[in-house]
Design a protein. Sequence first.
Length: 315
Amino acid sequence: MSGDLDAAHSLYGLVYGVQLGIGGPQTDMAVLMVLNRNGQAITVSNRLAAALDEHKTLPAALATLGRKPVFAQTFPTGTHAMWLYYWLASQGVHPLRDIESVVIPPPQMVDALAQDRLDGLCVGEPWNAVAQERGVGKTIAYTSEVWPDHPEKVLASRRDFVTRYPNTARALVQTMLEACRWLDDDVHRVEISARLAADEFVGVPAGLIAPRLIAAGSDEKRRAVKFFADGVVNFPHPAEGVWFFAQYARWGMAEWRDDFARIAREVNQVDLYCQAAANVGVGVFADTPSAVLVDGRVWDGTADQAYMQGFLIRG
């Protein structure tokens, strides 16, 4: 927000929180493109996983703890918080009343789980894989179950950066589209896993990074993280931003506004993205995606106050 950075790899939801002034000082923001979809998960302690196996429902399993459960996410308006809240509510657990939600940086979450300071967490990979490898937790849900092919990370900036430097912003999108295209090959994902394993980056063995990066293994519930898919991944859909605005209203983080769709259109730099995509030969997939979420509700890009009030569990 200070202007020290021109653009950043950002949590999708963080951008919209700042736009509304609930994730920091209100600042007009810009989503230049989506960088990936899927790739996060919910992991719980071994104790809670065992209770869930025995009692079958999450409310019953949480009751065995004898205290308010503690779950971690990475930012109050970020993607992890919204996936966690939506999933908990779909299981009959009120995320604002039945649990304590805390913010912890991802590299510190596994230690917190091992030290019994957490009962569960929602985080990106490889930290769920690390928790299982260390024997301190079990992954029980994937965010691709909450919303199949959901947006996760974006290339974001302040909006005045796009206004002042449109050519630079367009060049950034073109460069990142080429990088996303490169990552579409599983061979390249294995290669990048080895690079990410270095201590100066993630500092986790490549053997824990690669399987979750390419969705290897026997868990059919998990969808692979997607970076490109011929450009389907990357289009900045304004309607997807409206979903986050609706969730903020659902949880009492913001008042419902009838102009959420307009705000989302202003945030998402569709024209700039289309120009950049054309320059590097990437198709534009602008149709609003429709998905059935974990609670059975259909998200088709439209929301009004009745949609938000249709949730039985809300703030």
